[in-house]
Design a binder for this molecule. Structure first.
Ligand SMILES: *[C@@H]1O[C@H](CO)[C@@H](O)[C@H](O)[C@H]1NC(C)=O
Length: 385
């Protein structure tokens, strides 16, 4: 037994050394292998035709599309391309089944932030497929958000999360505003002829964030409430707000070449990874405030993967940020998810990444927990490719 194990590992080593460097690292990238297993499980939720094909909320589906596009950027395996590519693949089918308004913007809920999640998903999908129909849909949806999200509705500034008739309307929503910055800055680099237009939108809202939300170098508060001059901030810390802020800063850097955006992002990531703000446990495993009591809803359960995505995006732009800690953080969290927060048999991933795995009730909670954890595995895989 010992001998045969030894000889098979020698055989593997001999085979690996004969491979080109890229294939060799791929052969040993356990995070990629685990991502594939998690994506197989993710696809058990996928049902077309629907604007929200992974069920759960519409925005959760945008994040499922995003994680597949993230991985597809570096992974051309037949496993992944058979899911994502071609006329019947997930990318094209998901776009074709979107609900559209009279301007052809994606429109399925009353929420601007849902539209903005889709814009980011479509831009990423456009980047990896080189199919401009995704980018056009993103551009038209951005125009709809810009037209309908009226500054006069938001006396404390920023953007609202939803149309005024929506019962869950939050004026001056941090997440809607920071998503808008990320979307506008990303469109600025993809539409050079309209760069000034998009960049003005991005920098106007970013300056609202720097005045009101980016406090002591880290994003604080999910909204401003009240009215001027007494707009107030609850100083809440939510993992996805940090993640989208990192996306926004990297996009602003790419659009402007102004390295100060990366300095701001470096500070943010350093503070985040210090663990002082309640977004990770004492072992540096990511944590949402509701995880320990198992009281998250399907929105909250989606958040942590988005933080990991922001960190990985920042590291791609500048590998040595945050004292070079990001890769270790991504891999440690992916290890914990895989070893401690996975249902044996199904490979369904749970919400509390430190474990133990808890089967959430309802497919919406299961989908958002699983897709958030899968997004984290994908970011670890990408950091190792
Ligand atoms: C983006 O959409 C706007 C409509 O708001 C349109 O005027 C513009 O031409 C579009 N840009 C491109 C490059 O398609």
């Amino acid at each position: 037994m010992l001998f045969s194990l030894l000889s098979s590992s020698l055989l593997l080593a001999a085979t690996a050394s004969a491979l080109p460097a890229e294939l060799e690292s791929r052969a040993t990238n356990q995070y990629l292998t685990n991502s594939h297993v998690a994506i197989t499980e993710l696809q058990t939720f996928y049902k077309q035709p629907s604007p929200a094909p992974w069920a759960g909320g519409w925005w959760n589906s945008a994040n499922c599309l995003t994680l597949l596009a993230d991985l597809r950027a570096k992974d051309s395996s037949s496993f992944l391309t058979s899911i994502t590519d071609g006329a019947n693949g997930v990318f094209k089918t998901t776009l074709n089944n979107q609900a559209r308004d009279s301007t052809n913007a994606l429109s399925y809920t009353d929420f601007f932030d849902d539209q903005l999640w889709w814009i980011l998903a479509l831009i990423k999908t456009s980047d990896v497929t080189k199919d401009t129909s995704f980018l056009q849909a993103a551009n038209l949806t951005f125009a709809a958000v810009t037209l309908n999200n009226k500054a006069s509705n938001n006396p404390c500034g920023g953007l609202a999360n939803a149309y005024p008739s929506e019962k869950y309307l939050v004026k001056s929503s941090t997440i809607a505003t920071v998503l808008y910055v990320a979307a506008a800055a990303q469109l600025a680099t993809r539409y050079p002829a309209q760069k000034t237009y998009f960049l003005n939108k991005a920098t106007t809202q970013w300056s609202w964030i720097t005045k009101n939300i980016l406090i002591d170098g880290i994003m604080q508060g999910d909204a401003l409430t009240g009215s001027p001059p007494s707009c107030s901030n609850n100083h809440a810390f939510l993992t996805y707000i940090e993640g989208v802020a990192l996306q926004a800063l990297v996009a602003l850097y790419h659009a402007t070449n102004d390295a100060s955006y990366l300095t701001t992002a470096d500070t943010l990531a350093t503070k985040l990874l210090s663990g002082k703000y309640g977004m990770m446990d004492s072992n540096k495993i990511a944590l949402e405030f509701c995880d320990n009591e198992n009281s998250c809803n399907p929105d909250l359960a989606q958040f942590k993967g988005i933080m990991m995505r922001g960190l990985r995006t920042l590291r791609d732009a500048k590998p040595d940020v945050a004292g070079g800690q990001i890769k270790g953080f991504l891999t440690k969290n992916a290890d914990s998810i895989w070893n401690n927060d996975r249902q044996s048999g199904t490979n369904l991933l749970g919400e509390k990444w430190a474990g133990p795995f808890v089967l959430e009730s309802g497919s919406a909670m299961q989908l958002s927990s699983h897709s958030s954890a899968t997004m984290a595995l994908v970011q670890a895989a990408l950091a190792n490719m």
